[in-house]
Design a protein around this ligand. Sequence first.
Ligand code: SF4
Length: 283
Amino acid sequence: MSAPAQLRLFEPLTQAPPPRIGPAAVCSRPKSKVLQPGRGALASMDYSLNPYIGCSFGCSYCFAASFVADEEKKAAWGTWVEVKENALDELARADLKNKTIFMSSSTDPYQPLEMQTGLTRSIVEFLSTPFRQPRLTVQTRSPIVARDLDVFALYDRVRINMSITTDSEEVRKRFEPKCASIDRRFEALEQAVAKGIPVAVCICPMLPIENPAAFARRIAALKPRAVPLCYFHASDRPFSSTTRPEALALAKEMGWTEQEYGRTKTEMKSELARYGIGGGGFS
Ligand code: SF4
């Protein structure tokens, strides 16, 4: 299968300088696979699916940066993205019917350049065909996901996980300044819920929360299937998942300790439980 008409084609990595979309230099990675067997925290899934390498959101805590082998690119995380333009060729060869797929584990499938490339949309459209349909979990921090609700409505089993890491715009702007506002993320989930599409809210990593009980009630109003919570994960093992040092420094500056996280988590879980909502996992 050839690339769909709406897919914007980029130059391969060998062509320099690459074009920029927003904060990111963008190039093509035509031979890179989109599917990887589920492992680690995603061991219960058949596959993770990553349409892009890199992510222009560049969150200060992003663990995905720790898997980048090139030290220069790792340090420049958030300023480059590689587009897997041959994704549909690979997916056309795979038998994904009823398989469990997590999209995405090391990039955001709805980062801003998706509005130009249409790559993620082409993937979810392709997989929505009844004889191909997997059980799809979409993981994002972006309200752009709401653009594709018409496609998700075609799926028998789909869930949108939205990461909302704090209730404070001030905190969000410090840790994840290139991501959409908290309100826009809630609005996208409200649109999904209105269409009958299941959602989850991922507070991972949890950042300082101004009003844990009120935040829990706002989340509970969505009737999410799950609300996973977690703290930063710092590791000095090479190629292991670890929080970026920028976030750890910010957390220290703001007095956001593991003890504070534990206290806030207990308060939020207790409030969520009043609405019959347990923690739950990512998938
Ligand atoms: S949106 Fe996700 S993949 Fe992108 S930088 Fe933030 S944490 Fe990393």
